[in-house]
Design a protein around this ligand. Structure first.
Ligand code: PMV
Length: 360
């Protein structure tokens, strides 16, 4: 793993630090990553902001839950799971720095929670950065923050891979492989594709869906192996597009269209392992008619669908069968969002976040 150094911005007030970190989507490779394929993730421009303030005791204030007037003496397993990762971060940071300060953490998030968009990882990354800086931890490297954030997440999700936390801290796009860890995709700084995200609002549980896929794999070993090989090939095709020489500055339109097609192909593989359902298929069909390609992101069974666009235009099919791109009637991300929202779905635009963790 490469160690990327976060540059802290200087600030004068040593009793208060604000840090922010982005959410994420899995672009390609979910589920197959569990069996050895690399996944490709990107950070999105939806963020969590955490303000850390020195105080008498530990307090956590968020829209989801509150921890009032607590001390570090409590056993972590007794803390509400929603608040446990941040409690862990506050406690661990005081141990590392030898501080005896209490900490108040105020959480503000524009990442929908429980939708597979990485809100809890972003909280852990921003929380770890804010608290370590508040307590003046010296020589803090990005990997220290990522590691603290992963350990915090594992107080609730013991099998968290760490991919979400890595992409949230680093920003941009990464590959993640269970054997070799994460690697930033560095070839171009501002990938010129946009995303449209529809939240199906169907609750899903990653652990349950992963077990369901394991059962599918055990019953359909040959089929699963074939799909795994196809997914590995697909991910390598994506990487060769992203790493191609002409993507040094930005991706060509043709490359973005190809990425969309590969997303739709990836969706076929996800469907084949039975993590889609009628409601998700319906949303995917709508999104495919307006974007370059659409797929489930994350565990499936519910959660979110992503559609690839080139930020300004998308190839929506018209009644004549021609695409809007072909007839020069370009549809913007905003227009897609408007149309899908008008159908009663929770839809919003997102772009790749290239900043990652930020502290103020
Ligand atoms: O739904 P998410 O964002 O938690 O993603 C789950 C991704 C899986 O590949 C299904 C599981 C995993 O641990 O990689």
């Amino acid at each position: 793993m490469t160690n990327y150094n976060i540059k802290y911005k200087q600030h004068n007030n040593n009793h208060k630090v604000v840090a922010s970190a982005p959410g994420k989507v899995i672009l390609y490779g979910e589920h197959f990553v569990v069996y050895g394929t690399s996944a490709i993730l990107c950070a999105i421009d939806k963020r969590v902001h955490i303000t850390a303030i020195k105080s008498q005791d530990i307090q956590i204030q968020s829209e989801l839950a509150n921890l009032k007037h607590n001390s570090y003496k409590q056993n972590i397993s007794q803390i509400d799971p929603i608040l446990r990762p941040l409690y862990y971060i506050a406690k661990k940071s005081t141990e590392i720095t030898g501080s005896n300060s209490g900490i108040t953490l105020q959480v503000k998030s524009d990442i929908p929670s429980g939708a597979g968009l990485g809100s809890s990882s972003a909280c852990c990354v921003a929380g770890a950065a804010a608290v370590l800086k508040l307590l003046e931890s010296t020589n803090t490297q990005t990997d220290d923050i990522i590691n603290m954030a992963i350990n915090a997440e594992r107080t609730v999700f013991p099998n968290a891979s760490g991919a979400d936390t890595a992409v949230s801290a680093l920003g941009g796009m990464i590959t993640y492989n269970t054997k070799t860890g994460y690697e930033k995709i560095k070839s171009h700084t501002v990938p010129k594709f946009g995303l449209v995200i529809t939240n199906s609002k169907i609750p899903h549980n990653t652990k349950t869906v992963v077990s369901q896929v394991e059962r599918f794999k055990n019953k359909n070993q040959i089929k699963f192996r074939e799909l795994l090989n196809k997914e590995t090939h697909l991910v390598s095709q994506v990487l060769s597009i992203l790493n191609s020489k002409d993507s040094d500055r930005q991706l060509s339109k043709a490359a973005v269209v190809r990425l969309g097609k590969l997303a739709s192909l990836n969706q076929e593989y996800l469907k084949a392992i039975k993590i889609s359902n009628n409601a998700l298929d319906k949303i995917i069909k709508i999104m495919e008619s307006m974007t370059f390609g659409a797929k489930i992101t994350g565990a499936g069974g519910g959660g979110c669908i992503i559609g690839f666009t080139d930020k300004k235009t998308a190839n929506s099919k018209t009644q004549t069968g021609k695409t809007e791109k072909e007839t020069s009637k370009a549809m913007s991300q905003i227009e897609i969002v408007k149309r899908i929202s008008n159908m009663g779905h929770d839809c919003f635009e997102a772009n790749i976040d290239n900043t990652g963790l930020n502290t103020f």
